[in-house]
Design a protein around this ligand. Structure first.
Ligand SMILES: Nc1ncnc2c1ncn2[C@@H]1O[C@H](COP(=O)(O)OP(=O)(O)O)[C@@H](O)[C@H]1O
Ligand SMILES: [Mg+2]
Length: 227
């Protein structure tokens, strides 16, 4: 029933509950995907997806493909769940000097029967969504300091652009989280991220990278106003 492309099962096992096997995680994820809307496990949602808690320090991002809906705009369509997972995996494994990182990847579930429902299994962050802080619905973790936070995040985005050759393309406050324990940045949601290739025109690269810097600037200013 599922084409389960398990990209990597060991990446985040180190800080996960060793008693829970990868098979258990996968089976629980599939059960969740089938039951859908299990509100007691609900963590958060965006435009394209809903995120649910899984055992062992994981979570499930259920993505509903809206490309078949009449209202859908072809040009606004983002990555397939597999592309999103590959990019997130690359960013979660990136060798970056700072404290910012992306959630570790576990795998992708592609429903073959329910063709437009897919899910990503990843590390569940213990983090606060920056947009929620800006909205006043969440509190900043202890030890948070806006300048070092954004300095580290900026260095991460620079690394992403120059070393990893990726542009996030949706770097808004809603896709930035603050780790509760360390108050350092976490970048999520690579659903719109794009890869820069050798053939990408320089001007296009700049325009895309600028989009990341503009949205990051806005996140900083929005937080700075209330901080
Ligand atoms: N790995 C994670 N750990 C904890 N919460 C997460 C994680 N990934 C996403 N979330 C929460 O779920 C929300 C929706 O996830 P996101 O990937 O941004 O979905 P969408 O593609 O629909 O925007 C996020 O804004 C965030 O609050
Ligand atoms: Mg999002």
């Amino acid at each position: 029933m599922f084409d389960d492309t398990i990209i990597s099962m060991e990446v985040i096992r180190s800080n996960a509950d060793k008693l829970i096997t990868p098979e258990t995680i996968k089976e629980t994820a599939i059960a969740k995907l089938l039951e859908f809307e299990q509100e007691e496990f609900f963590i958060g949602e965006g435009n394209a997806a809903k995120v649910y808690d899984l055992p062992g320090g994981y979570c499930l991002k259920i993505i509903t493909d809206k490309s078949n809906e009449p209202s859908s705009d072809m040009f606004l369509k983002g990555n397939s769940p597999h592309q999103e997972a590959m990019i997130q995996q690359q960013m979660s494994r990136a060798t970056f000097d700072g404290a910012t990182r992306a959630p570790g990847m576990f795998g992708v579930l592609q429903a073959t029967t329910q063709a437009d429902t897919n899910a990503i299994i990843m590390e569940r962050l213990d983090a606060v969504n920056l947009q929620h802080v800006i909205n006043g619905t969440a509190e900043l973790p202890d030890g948070f300091d806006i300048h070092p936070f954004f300095d580290d995040l900026e260095a991460y985005v620079k690394h992403m652009h120059k070393q990893e050759k990726l542009v996030h393309m949706d770097l808004h406050a809603r896709n930035i989280m603050i780790d509760r324990e360390t108050a350092t940045p976490r970048v999520i949601d690579f659903g719109n991220s794009i890869r820069t290739t050798d053939t990408t025109p320089e001007i296009q690269i700049h325009t895309n990278e600028d989009q990341d810097w503009t949205s990051l600037d806005k996140a900083f200013n929005d937080l700075d106003k209330i901080n």
